[in-house]
Design a protein around this ligand. Structure first.
Ligand code: ZN
Length: 260
């Protein structure tokens, strides 16, 4: 299984991005508005409103940065800006907050407590609070294990055995790609009891990003994909019953409608 999509970018370049709303990749967007405000005495925060240009989507997301990211040019000695990001910058790395947060928007079918912790981890990471982000994502994973009642305790230490707990979670959700659980199980330092003693070190930003995206992908597979499948099957069976009703005489169709 290819996990490279977990590292997916929000903005690919000044013209293309991966839309968090319609989930289409590599689509055109436009920078429809820009604002700035004083974050602190000497710090200016720049906000960008981005609109998806896909047909039927056209939704707007908001992004904050401490840098002016627009393309600039000089005119009569003054700096002017175009309504687009400048070329040659890694846009994602310059943003410290985005709403929606990223490609895998957290669906509200995911347990609220877990969702909040992942969200907090993500925002902490973007603001470079790495200790806080590390703690939040660890807590999110433990919260998930607890929610699904798959915590397996080590008899000797009395603490949760991380790898065994993840294995139990994997067994509970056989339709989810096992690679996701295996990757979660392999996160170093999660397995250690030190987690509970607070003596671990924070992960760096890159590793954190991967762990956060991995957690989000797993949550999506556990809570969102099966529900979407059910919805699709529901629509299909409705279509089927509507189709079979239409072939019957009008007086017979009343009973069939009870079927869902
Ligand atoms: Zn879109």
């Amino acid at each position: 299984m290819d996990l490279s999509h977990l590292d997916k970018k929000y903005f690919i370049d000044p013209h293309k991005y991966n839309c968090p709303f319609c989930k289409r990749n590599h689509v055109s967007y436009s920078l429809i508005d820009k604002f700035a405000f004083h974050w602190g005495e000497n710090k200016v925060c720049h906000g960008y409103l981005i609109q998806c240009e896909s047909d039927g989507c056209e939704k707007v997301s908001m992004h904050l940065s401490f840098d002016e990211l627009r393309d600039s040019y000089a005119e009569y000695g003054r700096t002017k800006y175009r309504s687009r990001f400048a070329d040659g910058i890694d846009i994602d790395s310059k943003l410290f907050f985005s709403q929606p947060t990223s490609y895998f928007v957290l669906d509200n079918r995911i347990p609220e407590k877990v969702r909040e912790l992942v969200y907090e981890a993500e925002n902490s990471r973007k603001s470079n609070y790495l200790v806080g982000a590390s703690a939040c994502i660890r807590k999110a994973i433990y919260e998930l294990l607890e929610h699904e009642k798959t915590i397996i305790k080590n008899e000797k230490t009395g603490y949760a055995d991380y790898q065994e707990s993840i294995k139990a979670l994997k067994q509970k959700f056989p339709s989810v790609a096992p690679e996701l659980f295996d990757a979660l199980g392999h996160i170093q330092e999660m397995a250690s009891n030190q987690v509970h003693e607070g003596s671990w070190e924070a992960w760096d930003s890159k590793k954190l990003r991967f762990i956060i995206e991995l957690t989000k992908a797993t949550l999506h597979e556990i809570y969102v994909v099966p529900e979407e499948r059910k919805e699709r099957l529901g629509v299909l069976s409705q279509m089927r019953s509507a189709f079979s009703n239409s072939k019957k005489k009008p007086e017979e169709s009343g009973e069939e409608n009870n079927e869902k």
